[in-house]
Design a protein around this ligand. Sequence first.
Ligand SMILES: Nc1nc2c(c(=O)[nH]1)N[C@H]1C(S)=C(S)[C@@H](COP(=O)(O)OP(=O)(O)OC[C@H]3O[C@@H](n4cnc5c(=O)[nH]c(N)nc54)[C@H](O)[C@@H]3O)O[C@H]1N2
Ligand SMILES: Nc1nc2c(c(=O)[nH]1)N[C@H]1C(S)=C(S)[C@@H](COP(=O)(O)OP(=O)(O)OC[C@H]3O[C@@H](n4cnc5c(=O)[nH]c(N)nc54)[C@H](O)[C@@H]3O)O[C@H]1N2
Ligand code: SF4
Ligand SMILES: [Mo]
Length: 711
Amino acid sequence: MNDVASLAPAYRTVVGACPHDCPDTCSIISTVDDTVPGGRVLKVQGNPNHAHTAGVLCHKVSRYAERTHHTERLSTPLIRVAPKALGGLPTGHTAASAFRPATWEEALALVAQRLAPIVRQQPQALLPYSYAGTMGLVQGEGIAARFFHAAGASLLDRTICASAGAEGLTHTLGGKVGMRVEQFAHSQLIVIWGSNPITSSVHFWRHAQAAKRAGATLWCIDPRRSETADKCDHHLPILPGTDAALAYALMHQWITHDWLDHDYIAQHTLGFDGLAQRAAQWPPERAAAYCGVSAQAIVELAAAMGQTARANQPVAIRLNYGMQRTRGGGNAVRAVACLPALLGAWRHAAGGLLMSSSGQFPVQRAALQRPDLLGGQQPRTINMSTIGNALLHPGDEVFGPKVQALIVYNSNPLAVAPESAKVAAGFARPDLFTVVLEHFQTDTADYADVVLPATTQLEHWDIHLSYGHTDVLLNRPAIAPQGQALPNSEIFRRLAQALAPLVPERAELADPALQASDEALIQSAFGDAVSMPELMAHGFAHLPLPDAPFAAGGFPTATGCCNFYSAELAALGHSGWPEVLPNYESAGADSAYPLAMISPPARHFLNSSFVNVQALRQMEGEPYLELHPQDAAARDIADGSVVRVFNQRGSYRCVARISERARPGVVVGLGLWWRKHGLDGRNVNELTSQALTDLGRAPTFYDCAVQLERA
Ligand SMILES: Nc1nc2c(c(=O)[nH]1)N[C@H]1C(S)=C(S)[C@@H](COP(=O)(O)OP(=O)(O)OC[C@H]3O[C@@H](n4cnc5c(=O)[nH]c(N)nc54)[C@H](O)[C@@H]3O)O[C@H]1N2
Ligand SMILES: Nc1nc2c(c(=O)[nH]1)N[C@H]1C(S)=C(S)[C@@H](COP(=O)(O)OP(=O)(O)OC[C@H]3O[C@@H](n4cnc5c(=O)[nH]c(N)nc54)[C@H](O)[C@@H]3O)O[C@H]1N2
Ligand code: SF4
Ligand SMILES: [Mo]
């Protein structure tokens, strides 16, 4: 056998897609050693053939081999043997003693047996809980959605990240649409607003840097002097939750100096007069006091944008999620989304705004999720952002039945959901039956009755859209499932098989749609809109889209205009124009909790994922709180000392880092550490609240007043 194949190297490369909740959705190449049984990934690299990835990955996914082959990967199903407790594992227990390994047959039989009476009698007492641990359409809401629909479970309102901004944008531009990301390289002025791309979307940052090298000016609007702010020409450290006032002050200046594009406004916008009336109430001095920055900085930003636009040069806004996590977040996004139309910036391919591109993808959600399996019933919807309250609700006429069973996948709610004390109390309920599909023994897995090991992206098939660019990506498995792990899709198929015979009256559970293959789901995800041969050949396919989508108007709103005034919002009882809404929690000297706390992502983690990857954890160090030297001095807090951070909801201790990255009055608890890594077994979400945003029913993580003291 001395043919060519036998001489081929043992290493193989496989093209896939990064599954993480990041706008960049990179095309990845895994190098696999097949001499190890099942295959071992040696390295994961960026695909040089995919233009947006450009051969580069972030630090996190460059460490994907370490995460995938981690010694702590869950390798078998686990069944709980110890009682539940606040903290998940009772005192004296480790995960190894609190759970025992089981076979898939035993674990799934147990889950089916526990779910059967609920699904038979009160199916809405069953709740899925999932988010974007993987953004894959197959391993996300594919077979899982079909399973919960067939069971008649409660629906989950998936609001934890982006829904305030999404609603704000949709009521203004008509959808999650905007500039093409690669066009930022050609902008003349870029405002990076509520976004920290060096951390959160490094591939966008590449385009911003290219623009800067070509002479563009970069502005950053962020309460924190982020890594991105360091690299921009100007930084406006505004107070959290004051963005709408700043946007109105810019409009005030553009109207005063007549830097408007009257023709664009007349032809392609709706509601200018009402907008102008509101803008008149925000002269720079008033906005400066409200936003906590100088009036001069506001005037300069307004002039830079206005005059660049007047010189017929492209002005672009990279708007992101940092600004939408306060009470008025939806209105703030609306106010900012009005700005490009006022300047006529959309006339240029490199002008306008980008928040999310995901609305451009023709995803066939009904084909994937099969809401018809509900059989015409309309179960209640529970908001994931108030999971603490939901789990503690005893049930009544309005709420419906008490939640009795919960299946968690692609999410780690104990670490990421607000007001963790309530989340923990809910999960600790002895009468709640909880199943967790995971890679690792997370904070949430600690509260499970049954833990089921799931495959990672390197072990399963999937198909992806992106919320930063406009390519579809295919993910091929590079290696066999590790240990006994199974793809989410396969776990839900097997669960349906185990449950269907126990609940024969719910015939939908035996529907063949619940046994569809991953390949079939991939085929149905985009219908004919994407060429499968192209995807199979390259691993990605471009959507055919115009470069300057709104150069001649044509917004996907009902009016075709950029809606300064939204009739839909007016019908819901809002004024219809963007409004400046103060935060729920006012910090400041006269408050018992005088400091505003924000908790944006850490660079080397992705939400609470990667926290257990040693190389990345070393780069982040330990959970800490950044505070300005003035705020530290006022409390006699030394750099590196342990502080107690507290408010009416709770407290946690961490290390203080005195830094001018924090502005006076605002403290920053970076990153979503696992609770179990915190000094008290808690993290920053112990202090955040379950109050919801003005639009989109989203959490208000950055609308949180706290106090600190030496611990
Ligand atoms: N490395 C890394 N990358 C990530 C993530 C991660 O955890 N780590 N998470 C991913 C996910 S799920 C998301 S949603 C995105 C989030 O990433 P972004 O969309 O960039 O949003 P945030 O990081 O929440 O906030 C961005 C910046 O806004 C600032 N900010 C906070 N409050 C306000 C405010 O009221 N107004 C203004 N103007 N700015 C404010 C913060 O200080 C922060 O620097 O990143 C994704 N990418
Ligand atoms: N204080 C504060 N809280 C926040 C934020 C903040 O800025 N500040 N950000 C919020 C935002 S923007 C978001 S998006 C949420 C994110 O919250 P989550 O969506 O919960 O994100 P992660 O913490 O990354 O948890 C995802 C989990 O899914 C698992 N997972 C990944 N792939 C798979 C898979 O294929 N199968 C299964 N079964 N599991 C998988 C991972 O191991 C990981 O434990 O957090 C929110 N929480
Ligand atoms: S996390 Fe973002 S930047 Fe990193 S590899 Fe994935 S898509 Fe690319
Ligand atoms: Mo997010």
